[in-house]
Design a protein around this ligand. Structure first.
Ligand SMILES: *Cc1c(COP(=O)(O)O)cnc(C)c1O
Length: 406
């Protein structure tokens, strides 16, 4: 035994895991894919401070500027004072605080469903709901550009997975026809607004295909909620009702947590079977109170909800791009090193527009993802458009380039 094994003052032993970590990191670095966490102080809905500099933030998901809204902040503070900082236990034990129940009632009404179930994050809401409702005897048809947590949830279910071409309803229909006879249930899993592309799924058509094949629809609307149809989201905009309508409390609603809006018995099954609901501590009551205050604002201020899309369209018109469909506009660059260089150029000009690289997006499709908030002024948007031109960042004239398959 080494002499100092019991000496608490001995220098720490060599980290035997370090060589592995260093080699993996070096590989990422060489491909321009190494990521770094940068301390960032959020000053208001439109500005952040990084490395001692104030930047106009075009990378957040606080689409309505509600994370800093005094009414939302005050609701969170009151809830901390009344219910404490943390939930203290799982929802099924003692962690189901009153603000979580008020929020679920309000979310259900807001989404026009019987019930809503709130989770610790949007990520968990997808993982939990998919694993609760889908099994190995089922098939999942998932859009190739769906969010990482939808793929993770789909794999966890053990179901047969069919990846269909992005927003391609012919491909979806063809695959569904092939797999449908051999499975108990078929699920279509897609997003209302795609998080890294900003385009929207053809939901009316997809819902028609689902009905035709007796399939169910799980719709992730993390980026449509609060922004489309005066805040009610993509399903309301398309006039459809997915079996599972998922959303997050952490983007337009400015708080934290996720939810699904579903029918009554489905909600009860989710509360019984979703590991990500049962075996994790409940959402902090303050996050629920903040989200509830945010929904009240969304319902009272439809003009606020229209603002991010208006600003995104102002931007796409200035750059000669096709009209924005959501609060997200990608500027496709392709090479990861060049995307990072473009981010750095804009940062020098006073703007934060983070480069998005694989594996978040398919290989060879690195981009700048520009997102708009009701907290931005028109002048902020115009200044960004000018800075992009001045930095010589290429702007495709025909909208997003063709994407590679995952
Ligand atoms: C952000 C995001 C999530 C996860 O939501 P969180 O609340 O951040 O965990 C899920 N789906 C999509 C499409 C997202 O963009």
């Amino acid at each position: 035994m080494p002499r100092d094994a019991t000496n608490p003052h001995a220098p720490p032993a060599r980290d035997r895991l370090a060589p592995f970590a260093e080699e993996m990191l070096a590989r990422r670095q060489a491909r321009g894919l190494r990521r770094r966490v940068v301390e960032t102080r959020v000053l208001d809905g439109a500005r952040v401070e990084r490395r001692g500099r104030v930047l106009i933030n075009f990378s957040g998901n606080d689409y309505l500027g509600l994370a800093r809204d005094p009414r939302v902040v005050a609701a969170a503070c009151r809830a901390v004072a009344e219910h404490g900082a943390g939930a203290g236990a799982s929802r099924l034990v003692t962690g189901s605080h009153p603000p979580l129940h008020r929020l679920e009632e309000r979310l259900a009404a807001f989404k026009g469903r019987e019930e809503a179930v709130v989770f610790g994050s949007g990520y968990l809401a997808n993982l939990g709901t998919l694993t609760a409702l889908v099994g190995a005897e089922d098939a999942i048809l998932i859009d190739e550009l769906a969010h990482s947590c939808l793929f993770a949830g789909a794999r966890l279910t053990g179901a047969r997975i069919e990846v269909f071409r992005h927003n391609d309803t012919d491909d979806l229909d063809r695959r569904l026809r092939l797999v449908r006879p051999g499975v108990r249930h078929a699920w279509i899993v897609t997003e209302g607004v795609f998080s890294m592309d900003g385009d929207r799924a053809p939901l009316a058509e997809i819902a028609g295909i689902a009905r035709h094949h007796a399939a169910f629809l799980h719709l992730d609307d993390a980026h449509g909620t609060g922004v489309l149809a005066d805040g009610r989201g993509s399903a309301a905009a398309a006039g459809i009702r997915p079996e599972v309508a998922m959303g997050t409390l952490s983007k337009a609603l400015g708080a934290g947590g996720g939810f699904v809006a579903v029918g009554r018995s489905v909600a009860e099954l989710v509360r019984n079977r979703a590991w990500g609901f049962v075996y994790t501590t409940g959402l902090p009551p303050a996050a629920a109170a903040a989200a509830l205050a945010a929904i009240e604002i969304v319902e009272r201020e439809p003009e606020r909800c229209r603002r991010p899309l208006e600003l995104a369209r102002r931007f796409t018109r200035r750059l000669g791009l096709s009209d924005a469909q959501s609060a997200i506009v990608p500027l496709h660059i392709g090479d990861a090193h060049r995307a990072v260089a473009a981010q750095a150029a804009l940062e020098r000009a006073g703007f934060l527009v983070v480069a998005i690289r694989p594996p978040t997006v398919p290989a060879g499709t690195a981009r700048l993802r520009v997102s708009f908030s009701a907290a931005h002024a028109c002048e902020d948007v115009d200044a960004l458009a000018e800075a992009i031109a001045r930095a010589g960042i290429p702007v495709p004239s025909e909208g997003p380039q063709a994407r590679k398959r995952r």
